[in-house]
Design a protein around this ligand. Structure first.
Ligand code: C2E
Ligand code: MG
Ligand code: MG
Ligand code: MG
Length: 283
């Protein structure tokens, strides 16, 4: 009997593994033509400056519109795009869209709004990355300050000598560099001080624990204090309540982002948001 059960559970395992592999390969196939079929679009999540309560920028976040893969988000498909060698192309699509939009929004408001674009570690292996970014800024007649690059610790860990050069080139071009998901990995602030990083984004998992878990609440407080003493700006991501916002404000956290303030919105909705904002505080 135990032999039979063993055999059954093996075939069950085999089946679910097959399903996973099939799904992975059909997702790969679907992703291969998705750029050409215009299945990607970019949404923008506003970033608010805490001390003035105003929108100072947006984070560009990619979305995939494919009827066979509804609900599949970038956390699922970005790794596949990296594996199949399409992340550079898709990354440039996001950058182009982000710069086109921020140009319009800056012109509309006459404010120095900034757009943040997530760049995957794989994109940093492209020796042309910096040049492509510069070309795109020139194409839209934008200064470097209009752009912020969000990188994760993975970029620093996998980094070569060229990585430092690329990051310094960006800094010299006035492009801001933020370290995303801070607190989830091993990066310490003293270690990242070796790189030209302007800002850290405290990960949502820490923001989530504010006032729920004493240790995590203390960590958030300590990280903000230390980050400021090292001249990093601090963004808090994933703010979902007034309580979290108030606590972060009391710690002089610089920038706030999260569903409590605004979900990621399509470019059309951002225009609406900016026009309301222009009407209430003359641009
Ligand atoms: P991320 O850069 O850390 O982005 C934050 C994620 O948290 C986004 O998920 C955003 O929609 C979500 N979020 C924002 N506020 C809240 C909140 O209050 N509560 C909750 N529960 N979630 C919130 P999204 O858009 O699914 O993106 C997931 C990740 O995929 C991003 O994490 C980023 O690492 C990656 N990603 C997204 N777009 C791109 C892209 O264009 N290029 C690259 N390389 N990666 C991207
Ligand atoms: Mg990000
Ligand atoms: Mg993040
Ligand atoms: Mg993330």
């Amino acid at each position: 009997a135990s032999k039979k059960l063993g055999k059954n559970s093996f075939s069950f395992f085999e089946k679910s593994m097959k399903d996973t592999l099939n799904r992975q390969s059909s997702m790969e196939d679907a992703l291969k033509g998705s750029l050409q079929r215009n299945e990607f679009h970019v949404v923008y999540q506003p970033k608010y400056e805490m001390k003035s309560n105003t929108v100072v920028g947006f984070e560009a976040l990619i979305r995939w519109d494919n009827a066979d893969f509804i609900g599949i988000g970038p956390d699922d498909f970005i790794p596949i795009l990296e594996q199949i060698g399409l992340i550079n192309e898709v990354g440039m699509f996001v950058l182009d869209n982000a710069l086109k939009m921020i140009k319009q929004w800056r012109d509309l408001t006459q404010k120095p709004l900034q757009v943040a674009v997530n760049i995957s570690p794989v994109q940093f292996t492209d020796p042309l990355l910096f040049q492509l970014i510069q070309q795109a800024l020139t194409q839209y007649d934008l200064p470097g300050q209009a752009l912020e690059i969000e990188i994760t610790e993975g970029v620093l860990l996998e980094g070569t000598k060229d990585l430092k050069k690329t990051l310094y080139n960006m800094r010299d071009a006035d492009i801001a560099i933020a370290l995303d998901d801070f607190g989830t990995g091993y990066a310490s602030l003293s270690y990242i001080k070796d790189y030209p990083i302007n800002a850290i984004k405290i990960d949502r998992s820490f923001v989530d624990e504010i006032n729920k878990n004493k240790t995590h609440t203390s960590i958030v407080k300590a990280v903000i204090l230390l980050a400021h003493s090292l001249d990093f700006h601090v963004t808090a991501e994933g703010i979902e309540s007034e309580e979290q916002l108030d606590y972060l404000k009391s710690l002089q956290c610089d920038i706030a982002q999260g569903y409590y303030l605004s979900r990621p919105l399509t470019a059309d909705k951002i225009i609406d948001l900016l026009s309301v904002y222009c009407n209430s505080n003359p641009c």
